[in-house]
Design a protein around this ligand. Structure first.
Ligand code: F6R
Length: 347
């Protein structure tokens, strides 16, 4: 019997309780939607963060761009703000712990450049600096790994920007998203493998290296999120790339026979892929099928873009969790990430 059909064995591996956090994600999304703030006028938008605190910025960028927001949006995963970030740039400094040095560095630079600034954190130095400098704070609950707080790290930002978009459409999309997530929480959390795509993905990835392909229409950063979730939850290598770029270089690596047993490819599709990307995806799938026995393909659920985006991301959360169980590792701890932070702080 696989661990995931045996609740006792499952609890022994998932000692820190990741499955509970995954199951509660729809409620987290509902709470997060209430945390929006008013935003001032701006010309550009920059979201600064790292790791689990940055991916919400990518989702925001993708979503707003697809909805036609004409303002430039940048996600900054670094210590330094680019020179174009000025007093007309709205900056969100996002750090779940509030202690990430890259994000703190960007926050201080944004203060110096008099950018309109909003901090998003559960505490730490970022909350302290925001209070000391009179910076608006979106305060989110502490106590979970940042990657399990995606709802809090993405949805308050999106809702805060609602006045720039079609407000009714966003509210409708959000209601649909909640319904879809609630349904998926039960399905991915409880259904046996035959009816559970999350378990099936984990099984297909087991003892191989997952390679995840999205497209720059909507799913490239979801593929990136899946990669990070597989790395952190399952402690497994994983790689992500996106169309159309990958068809100009990466595909040359498919041919080498020795690698064909090492990698397993998963395509992250979307029902509104533009025609050119759709054709490239189809051709890539055909080529992969000719070379590999298994090519996996997945798509988000729901009609609205928000539901499709978050439901696809949620599938990666669950499948990386099940992969951790197959490897017999507790999904929650990330000791090497902690170690790097500790060694940097000691210098
Ligand atoms: C995710 C994780 C990391 C952190 C990143 C930044 O669970 O542990 O990816 O998100 O190291 O830390 P925070 O989010 O606290 O700013």
């Amino acid at each position: 019997m696989t661990h995931w059909d045996d609740p006792k064995a499952l609890a022994e591996i998932d000692r820190s309780g990741m499955s509970k956090l995954l199951r509660e994600f729809p409620e987290q999304a509902a709470q997060a939607w209430k945390l929006a703030v008013d935003v001032p006028e701006f010309e550009r938008l920059a979201i600064c963060g790292m790791g689990g605190s940055a991916i919400g910025g990518d989702f925001l960028r993708l979503y707003l761009a697809r909805k036609g927001l004409s303002k430039p949006i940048f996600v900054i995963r670094n210590y330094a703000l680019p020179p174009f970030v000025d007093e007309k740039t709205l900056v969100f400094a996002v750090s779940y712990s509030g202690n990430t040095e890259e994000t703190l560095s960007c926050f201080e630079q944004a203060l110096g450049r008099k950018c309109p600034l909003i901090a998003v954190t559960s505490g730490g130095k970022l909350a302290q600096l925001a209070q000391e400098n009179g910076v608006r704070l979106i305060s989110i609950p502490p106590g979970v790994p940042p990657r399990a707080a995606l709802g809090y790290l993405f949805l308050p930002l999106l809702k805060s920007l609602k006045p720039l978009l079609d407000a009714d459409e966003i509210e409708e999309e959000f209601s649909e998203t909640l319904e879809v997530l609630q349904e998926l929480a039960v399905r991915y959390g409880e259904a046996p493998e035959a009816k559970n795509p999350a378990k099936q993905l984990a099984q297909a990835w087991h003892k191989r290296i997952p390679v995840l392909y999205g497209s720059d229409h909507l799913t490239d950063m979801v593929a990136w999120r899946w990669k990070a979730q597989i790395n952190e939850n399952a402690k497994s290598p994983a790689y992500a790339h996106a169309l159309p770029e990958l068809s100009h270089n990466e595909i040359m690596g498919w041919e080498w026979p020795e690698f064909q047993t090492a990698f397993v490819y998963t395509l992250l599709r979307d029902l509104e892929e533009p025609r050119a990307l759709h054709r490239r995806f189809e051709l890539c799938r055909k080529l992969l099928e000719e070379l590999y026995q298994t090519v996996l393909e997945v798509q988000g659920k729901g009609e609205g873009m928000l539901a499709r985006l978050l439901s696809l991301s949620y599938l990666g959360d669950w499948s990386s969790y099940y992969l951790a169980l197959l490897y017999g590792v507790d999904p929650t701890p990330v000791p090497l990430i902690e170690e790097i932070k500790k060694r940097l702080a000691a210098r």
